[in-house]
Design a protein around this ligand. Structure first.
Ligand SMILES: Nc1ncnc2c1ncn2[C@@H]1O[C@H](COP(=O)(O)OP(=O)(O)OP(=O)(O)O)[C@@H](O)[C@H]1O
Ligand SMILES: [Mg+2]
Length: 273
């Protein structure tokens, strides 16, 4: 209520800032001058057609690709070009597109693998948190990853990233290849992760899902940003999504199916608080 007195610096909420990031692959820029703020405690949607550069951006933030130019800063610490372990230790987790599990290892061991760099206590806390978010995995602890459904596998992939209790998490394709009923189980988890304070950058093929969860939204096309603003405004201007080839015939149908049951998923998340 009371404004801070002069000279007193108000605590600023942590923010992951991607500024003017350019990434080259195969000798050509595939991400060009992209600026995206990722605030803590919110979901930020990143949309764009195939080949727009979304995955390349995520890999650059995670240290897998080295940005050609630009800045990736977390609380004023510059992380662009640092090694993946350093970026993870700073509190940024990435879920790369199409990540695979170790098929012969159990759910438990796949999650343990992701805790190797953590202290014993942090690993125990992270595991408890992962199983709290995905109670289903607690029931499947000793099952080989190869025997899991697609949805369960995606839960393990997300749990592997969340086990380090990251302050920021970048998820590249939450629902690719998953049935709507499974997507609806993941929606409340993403909401909860953000509500509990983490900043989430969400890449999601179903624009409707991403925009229902997100506060801020960005659309990439041909490596560059085409829209940056609020998710609410983007929802109200579907022509922007159409022109970026984000809503096509099949997608529109799938999204419509998803919409009905999604209201339920979102409603459950609301009353669960
Ligand atoms: N290993 C690679 N070497 C060279 N170019 C690549 C490589 N991987 C991707 N690209 C190119 O980089 C550009 C951006 O691809 P990227 O995978 O980042 O897009 P995307 O937005 O994630 O697409 P999608 O929605 O299909 O996942 C594309 O033109 C792609 O062909
Ligand atoms: Mg991609």
């Amino acid at each position: 209520m009371s404004p801070s007195s002069p000279g007193e610096t108000a605590p600023r909420p942590p923010r992951l800032e991607l500024r003017n990031v350019t990434v080259e692959r195969g000798g050509r820029p595939v991400v060009r001058d992209v600026t995206i703020p990722v605030p803590a405690g919110e979901v930020t949607a990143l949309l764009g057609a195939n080949g727009a550069g979304k995955s390349s951006l995520v890999l650059a933030v995670g240290g897998v690709l080295k940005p050609r130019a630009g800045s990736v800063s977390l609380d004023g610490t510059e992380l662009a070009g640092k090694r993946p372990e350093r970026i993870r230790a700073a509190g940024i987790a990435i879920v790369p597109e199409g990540r695979r599990l170790l098929p012969d290892l159990s759910v438990d061991d796949n999650i343990k693998v992701a805790t190797y760099a953590l202290s014993k206590q942090a690993a125990a806390e992270g595991r408890a948190r992962a199983f709290e978010l995905f109670p289903r995995l607690g029931e499947r602890l000793n099952v080989s990853a190869r025997l899991l459904s697609g949805g369960e596998q995606q839960m393990v992939v997300l749990a592997q990233a969340l086990v380090s209790q990251p302050r920021f998490i970048l998820i590249d394709e939450l629902s690719l290849g998953l049935a709507p009923v499974v997507v609806n189980q993941l929606i409340p988890v993403i909401r909860r992760v953000a509500a509990d304070g983490a900043g989430v950058l969400l890449i999601e093929q179903f624009a409707t899902v991403a925009l229902a969860l997100a506060t801020g939204a960005h659309v990439m096309e041909g490596g560059a940003l085409r829209y940056s603003g609020t998710a609410a405004e983007l929802k109200a201007r579907p022509e922007l999504l159409h022109s970026a080839y984000l809503l096509r015939g099949a997608d529109v149908e799938a999204t419509a199916v998803l919409d009905g049951s999604m209201a339920e998923a979102l409603g459950e998340a609301d009353t669960g608080q």
